[in-house]
Design a protein around this ligand. Structure first.
Ligand SMILES: [Zn+2]
Length: 274
């Protein structure tokens, strides 16, 4: 089939409450045996073994690793992959605060670059919001996007404002994906998304609903992140409270950026509608 990518899904074998069943990494192999891995995983022995046997089975060699963003579950496996595949080049969008810890030399890629992968060309999209360095990779002929942590089917994506996340940017990135009219999204967590328009509009609608809830909570006299969170998320498991608070904080920062909420500067971090 012309313009077929045929990505090979390789689990990073790192299941956890935050990563679900574990990260998805994708191997793309060209007819000439050159191969590209999308996301490095965490260096789990089983991931490295699966990668080696997938390459062996196709008489292929790993030439490059494209990393969607600098979070540990996507990037921390880079040194282990480099150790097993010395010729591989590692590429991501620079994020100075995070990149050095991973101990490989990163080649910088950015918005609009075309990168070779699996005998095809992928267009690099800078899609910040989940993290400042977040990239998606767009294969126009098959209308496929490797979406990293922008969407997870059946779940929502964390926006850590304290860790460089930004909800305004995130929503713009979702709108951008939607405007490309993709046919399939290949996320770093969860199953393949075969109905991108439905999933993306569902995400956007869900965020609008949350924003309305945050505004309602402010109107009802809740002014701390904790109180707003408690008023929105009822009966939340203790393990999820921090994640919910990060979400609320992300919405408050968005309202502030839009001039709709202000915060006092004291330690209590009180938020009010302007
Ligand atoms: Zn992430």
């Amino acid at each position: 089939m012309a313009n077929a990518l045929n990505p090979i899904l390789l689990s990073a074998h790192n299941p956890s409450p935050m990563t679900g069943a574990g990260n998805n990494t994708y191997l793309l192999v060209a007819e000439d045996g050159s191969a590209t891995l999308i996301d490095a995983g965490v260096g789990a022995p089983q991931h490295l073994a699966d990668l080696a046997s997938a390459l062996d089975a196709r008489h292929a060699r790993l030439d490059s690793v494209l990393v969607t963003h600098g979070h540990r579950d996507h990037a921390s496996g880079a040194p282990a992959v480099a150790g097993a595949h010395a010729a591989a080049v590692f590429a991501k969008r620079p994020w100075a605060k995070e990149d050095a810890q991973y101990g490989v030399r990163w080649r910088a890629i950015d918005e609009g670059d075309a990168v070779a992968a699996g005998g095809e060309s992928l267009i690099v999209l800078h899609t910040p919001g989940h993290s400042p360095d977040h990239l998606a990779f767009w294969h126009e002929p098959s209308r496929t996007i490797f979406t990293g942590d922008l969407v997870v089917e059946g779940s929502s994506v964390m926006i850590h404002t304290s860790g460089g996340g930004n909800l305004v940017e995130y929503l713009a990135s979702l709108e951008r994906l939607l405007a490309l009219d993709p046919r399939v999204l290949l996320p770093a967590h969860g199953p393949t998304i075969d109905d991108p328009a439905r999933t993306l509009t569902g995400y956007l609608r869900h965020r609008l609903m949350r924003e309305r809830q945050v505004v309602d909570a402010l109107c009802a006299g809740h002014h701390s992140v904790q109180a707003i969170t408690e008023s929105i998320y009822h009966g939340l498991a203790p393990a999820l409270v921090r994640a919910a608070q990060e979400n609320v904080r992300a919405h408050l920062e968005k309202l502030k950026a839009e001039g709709l909420a202000t915060t006092t500067i004291d330690e209590a971090g009180e938020w009010r509608l302007s």
